[in-house]
Design a protein around this ligand. Sequence first.
Ligand code: AGP
Length: 601
Amino acid sequence: MCGIIGYIGERDAAEVLVDGLKRLEYRGYDSVGIVTEEGRLFIKKGAGKINDLKEKLGLTNLPGRRGIGHTRWATHGIPNDINAHPHTDCTGKIAIVHNGIIENYIELREKLEGSGHEFKSDTDTEVIAHLIEEELKSSKLFEDALRRALLQLKGSFALGIIYTDDKGHLYFVRNESPLVLGIGNGEMFAASDIPAFLPYTNKVVFLDDGEYAVVGKDSFYVKDLKTGNIKDKKIHEINWTLEMAEKQGYAHFMLKEIHEQAKAVKDAIYGNLETIDKVAEEIANYEKVFVVAMGTSYHAGIGAKYFLQRLANKVVLVEEASEFRYEFEDIVDGNSLVIAITQSGETADTLAAIKLAKRKGAKVLSVVNVVGSMATRLSDLVIYTYAGPEIGVAATKTYVTQLTVLAMLAIALAKRLGTVDGKYIKLLEGQLQDLPKYVEAVLGYENKIKALAEELVNKRDFFYIGRGVSVATALEGALKLKEISYIHAEGLSAGELKHGPLALVEEGVPVVAIAPTGKTFDKMVSNIQEVNARKGLVISLGDNEELEKVSQVFLKMPRIDELLSPVVYIVPLQLLAYHLAVLRGNDPDKPRNLAKSVTVE
Ligand code: AGP
């Protein structure tokens, strides 16, 4: 996730900015840049790590006592020197750094290019600098021009802005991306996260969505973006340690990332509005479809199989990438579409599967979170998940965003191929837009789940059962539990239960039943009764209250089409795994024997 730092005061700005950026490194980044002002703007930026660029570019050798800095985590435009922030207008007097996604940037860019603005980068950010430049033509006051430009933006953005001719100020804006001001003595700071300036001040002002701040070295004010009215802001004193501040008060990165999922799903949807249909057009006619992935991404692949089968009438084979590369050499060919799912884009087995597919002439579509990663470079087509960097080893927000974009793809294919009824498409599209709301709602179950975890903490085995698309949730729920709580768990299709695993269900053994309303709901209830007959402990998730009668624990889920339910239903199961791990004294961010990215076979 991009990091922003701003400074105005009496110190050497470049030193403070680079120092602050280093404390934002944990957020993940691929490029770095800073801008300072002394009579004119001075900019240094490039792809790479802060320490290397400090050496290579002399990042700290810039004059001036005000400036802004940025670590970029690529969304629009590959990670390279040109796309690194800051971005400037045509005059080079306005520089911008940005965290978030500007959803209407294509439309704005076309309009600005039409009025003669020349763009240097592929980013969505650069439009903002040109837009302000354009507005300055009809306004003498920078703040007015800025406000008018900002009101034209759609999307999520935290911004830091500097203008050469507006001596003594920096501007910061927040809309759905975090930004906080640091109030010092004769100096001011702003950053995406408090740790960036915590060594200098612990007095902070949290900006809210739709607010902007005008910051001088001795004073600041905050205004409402829409009305232009001054806002009364409280100064908070923070007594967090640096480590606590990095996690924004959450005990672990995993918990923070679980709570970021509503926003991640929203970014995944809006980040792909333009691309999804283009991808659908390119792949619509493939009849041989393989999905390859590992671990959690493989479970997203199981979800994808149901999306593509039910909506686009495709026959889909989902394979672990490690199996695919050895077993499918003679089957994959030029008529095949291979969809590779990998959040990191660097998983060795998945990369090997992609290479095999390419060698055999298949079309490869990757679903990836890390922009510019190896998978994206090897593939013909890429869909990004826009989840932001995931630091916890256990995948959470990258999983729900994978499911989201794959569902979008299946819906786009169904529309193009005319494979399902238009009314059903409309219903799915509406519910897809509401997914962030549903995710937010189930996050509200946290206290209930924590209490449940306390009851279950000493259990030895868990079973997770589901049918149809809910098999993905069963498998992923079990994987989350295994990897961080070290409790044995099995995820399986509920139909399989009585073909063997039921022998292990005895009194008090937890069986988590994922049972949204749908084709197989009645069958799920029968499976639950089989568990009850063996005195197993049934924990059911569903929207039908009938479940309450046949379960010891019932989690009422929002009413949502079965096909989209995995995005929402996994959230309580992530929380359950998290709280069990913590209660058992484990560090959920660093599970034993596991690595975030498995780059060896
Ligand atoms: C799940 O919590 C793990 N982090 C793991 O299963 C992961 O999903 C797998 O290694 C694949 O990683 P990728 O998505 O980066 O390819």
